[in-house]
Write a protein that binds this ligand. Structure first.
Ligand SMILES: *Cc1c(COP(=O)(O)O)cnc(C)c1O
Length: 361
């Protein structure tokens, strides 16, 4: 077996010890005589899996009791609408910061449901930076402010948490959740699709302050109602059982590594391997502004689309998979989530040096 370094933006790498444990438990979980995939979600075995997953996540992130944790389906994209059904029900106003394609999609979805405004945007410079906003930028009677904390496609991240005063801050953290500690109390809602840093696709995590529950629109589809999902322990219907099980294993793996402080320390070093190299030469350039850079997604270009194409192809042949950039940025993008070992990035930089020498511009 030859495992590659998978730089995909998502679905992405999972930790090998997690995959190994899942393999070992594939045919028979504990004494159950069956796979987790075959289990009733109401069985005692599964009850334990989901309860432990939530408890471990609470411990890992430091989620206070006044926040509910929901394990849902539909991906982050479904939450673009769910946020509106659940929260856009006071003044019916919401302010969005648009810093890339996902936040723009979230904004567009919200325009169907209320008086929604773009309060700041980085589109003027192809989303290479995070705008600075202050409390005064927001309409004071907004139901919420929405941001995308890490922009997967453009490789930018908030290095500050916008101060929204009493207005709940809603953050899409799909591509940075669990990469470093986060003060949950600064947010009204955090949501994330699982397939970048948590588990296989099919699970969406929602962390919501409990006082924000119970105000949803009367026409809210049952499955979108966070209050109802919280009241039913995310089991109003069949939950995404297997991704929740894998998420639980990932949470334990992260706790075993020393928690999110230790994970951050590793991620900082890991991203620095690539950023330091990018900043030390002029064959490749990183389009993002330094004070807005992501630790998880790192785009870079040679400035010559033909050479970029050759790079992506040869990188793939050398075991560095899925490094082609998103079409809106071009070039390359290395997504280096928690499960990417630092050796993968070191070897990639070695390959980049070699490639630059062999392919003069
Ligand atoms: C991947 C991604 C999404 C889309 O997630 P789905 O689960 O496919 O709906 C939304 N926001 C961000 C920041 C992402 O990285």
């Amino acid at each position: 077996m030859n495992r590659v370094y998978n730089f995909s933006a998502g679905p992405s790498m999972l930790p090998v010890p997690v995959l190994e444990q899942a393999r070992d438990e594939m045919l028979c979980y504990g004494e159950s005589g069956m796979s987790v995939m075959e289990m009733s979600h109401r069985s005692p075995d599964y009850e334990k899996i989901i309860t432990e997953a939530e408890a471990d996540l609470r411990k890992l992130v430091g989620i206070p009791d006044n926040y509910a944790v929901l394990f849902l389906q539909g991906g982050a994209t479904t939450q673009f609408a769910s946020v509106c059904y659940n929260l856009l029900t006071g003044s019916g106003k919401a302010d969005y910061i648009v810093t890339g394609q996902f936040s723009k999609k979230a904004y567009k979805e919200a325009t169907k449901y209320g008086d929604v405004r773009v309060v700041a945007s980085s589109e003027d410079k192809n989303n290479t930076y995070i705008p600075k906003v202050t409390k005064d930028d927001f309409r004071p009677d907004c139901d919420y402010v929405h941001i995308c904390f890490n922009n997967t496609i453009y490789g930018t991240k908030y290095h500050y948490i916008p101060d929204t005063g009493d207005i709940p801050l809603v953050a899409d953290m799909s591509s940075c959740i669990l990469s470093e500690p986060v003060d949950v109390t600064k947010f009204g809602v955090i949501y994330a699709g699982a397939q970048k840093n948590i588990a296989p696709a099919g699970l969406t995590l929602v962390i919501v302050r409990r006082d924000l529950l119970g105000h949803c629109r009367t026409d809210t589809p049952t499955m979108f109602d966070w209050q109802l999902q919280a009241d039913n322990g995310s089991m109003y219907n069949t939950p995404p059982c297997y991704p929740i099980y894998i998420a639980g294993l990932v949470f334990k793996w992260l706790l075993d590594r020393g928690g999110l402080e230790a994970v951050k320390e590793y991620n900082v070093r890991k991203a620095a391997v690539l950023y330091d190299y990018l900043d030390s030469q002029d064959y490749y350039t990183c389009p993002t502004e330094k004070d807005s850079r992501s630790m998880m997604n790192i785009p870079f270009v040679t400035g010559n689309p033909d050479i970029d194409k050759k790079f992506a192809k040869e990188a793939g042949e050398n075991g560095f998979k899925n490094i082609k950039g998103h079409r809106s940025v071009g070039g390359m993008r290395a997504s280096i989530y928690n499960a990417m070992p630092i050796e993968g990035v070191e070897k990639l930089v070695g390959f980049m040096k070699d490639f630059a020498e062999k392919n003069p511009k």
